[in-house]
Ligand binder design. Sequence first.
Ligand SMILES: [Zn+2]
Length: 266
Amino acid sequence: MTSWADAIYLVLDSASLFVAIVVGANIGSFLNVCIYRLPLKKSIVWPSSRCPHCNRRLRWFENVPIAGYLWLRGRCRTCRGPISIQYPIVETLTAVMFGLAFWYYGPTLLLLSRLLFGCALIVLFSIDLEHHLLPNSITLPGIVVGFAFSLVTGLGWFDSLVGIVLGGGVLFATAEAYYRVRHEEGLGMGDVKMLAMVGAFLGWKLALLTLMLASISGSIIGLLFIVTKRGDMKYALPFGTFLAIGAAAAASIGPGLVSWYLGLLQ
Ligand SMILES: [Zn+2]
């Protein structure tokens, strides 16, 4: 009896994991639409996807995540214009994230919170990388949604609120200080709102960890740019991309890292 029950559970588990990955790939497809259209201030729900080169409306099978790109070998069916590699990368990344998060958190509200947060990070990372821009249409609702989830996911409203104020505040103060010393903008208000969003979702400790990880990785990449003489710090990647990487790391390994660090202090 038990082995039958075990077998059924295993099948159900694998099936739901598979569904999570497929849903993730399709959400990734939607994130691509957001990444492409939000900086252009176009609607993300209408019209349906078109080839950016010949403006032909895409058929459903060309829109199938990952497989569509592979089948078309990265080129438009009619005009042979190249399709950005960003599409399958974002779809794969989102699918993997959905699979891992579902496996780790199970069907909980925390899973939903982490997935929404992860999707926001993927979109912010990609748009900042290409346009040096962190749209308010992601960061501001992100702060509200992150705070709302803190009420039901065990983080607690206080931790989330301090995360918003401290996360945004620390970066705002840094941006102000940088501007007064160098008389040029080093950090934008987009970065301030993005770290406030991270604080809303993860709480103040992980928001500070995010800032630390982002600064360290940003400095390393910046130094590499200088050493390899590809230009100075100004041409290094925008800070929002590092915040996204730092936040993803903080969300996944952060809780363990923080308790390890606090253990060292005792
Ligand atoms: Zn085309």
